[in-house]
Design a binder for this molecule. Structure first.
Ligand SMILES: [Zn+2]
Length: 238
């Protein structure tokens, strides 16, 4: 794969290790399996996620878990921004947005995915990465698509949060992940420190997972339509 190929690039920007696998692991595995270059940027190393360990020990465990999950999903790479779990909202906006603009311009993604304004669970770090990524997307000035993770049965299963009724407003892409549930379960199970809810034999657990994950198109703002089943189709009018 070189820069001249037609390999689509998807950039995913999230707050914590495990934000990728539970609510959208099937979609990431699907596009990676189709040959897309899927890169994950994780703002923190999940330092607050293992109460009995120090922040540094937790960061080590959870970043290894995320690297393993990335391998299970077929991601092209995982990058960390180096912010602290629970303190993302206090990050200097100019600094973190600048980091993200640089990454977006370097990767030239066709699609960027992050949390929507609900943050799914409302976690302050999720809301913060939503704001920073949206600002960076707008500053980067690419003609790409920005998607927000939409509440669904998949996010309910992943986070234990009841889906909200309101989506972000644009077309919703319903991604059929039926053929990628095993990869999703395996990625979820990589996050062992978080006591993943589907912890039995992966083949059996895969049958219990929701078969679709949902994403709302946030940019371009003018896009409309219904019945989307793909992140890249239909083509948008220029
Ligand atoms: Zn999170």
């Amino acid at each position: 794969m070189d820069a001249t190929s037609n390999t689509p690039t998807v950039l995913v920007v999230l707050a914590h290790p495990d934000d990728e696998s539970f609510p959208m692991g099937g979609t990431l595995a699907k596009y990676a399996a189709q040959g897309a270059r899927v890169t994950l940027v994780c703002a923190t190393r999940g330092e607050a996620g293992i109460p009995q360990l120090s922040a540094e020990e937790t960061a080590q465990v959870r970043s290894q878990e995320l690297q393993a999950a990335g391998t299970a999903l077929g991601l092209a790479g995982v990058r960390f921004l180096g912010y602290l779990d629970g303190q993302l909202a206090a990050a200097d906006p100019a600094t973190i947005v600048g980091q993200l603009v640089d990454i977006i311009r370097a990767l030239q993604p066709e699609a960027v995915i992050t949390f929507g304004p609900d943050g799914i669970s409302g976690h302050p770090d999720h809301l913060a990465i939503h704001r920073f990524t949206t600002a960076a997307f707008d500053q980067a000035g690419l003609s790409a698509r920005l998607y927000y993770l939409a509440p669904s049965e998949a996010t309910l299963q992943g986070c234990g949060v009841v889906p909200g009724r309101e989506l972000a407003g644009g077309p919703v892409a319903a991604i059929d992940i039926a053929d990628h549930l095993l990869a999703k379960v395996r990625a979820m199970q990589c996050h062992a420190s978080q006591n993943p809810p589907f912890s039995g034999p992966p083949e059996a657990e895969a049958e219990r997972l929701a078969c679709h994950e949902y994403f709302t198109l946030a940019r371009p703002i003018s896009a409309n339509g219904t019945g989307w089943t793909d992140l890249f189709e239909p083509a948008l009018a220029a």
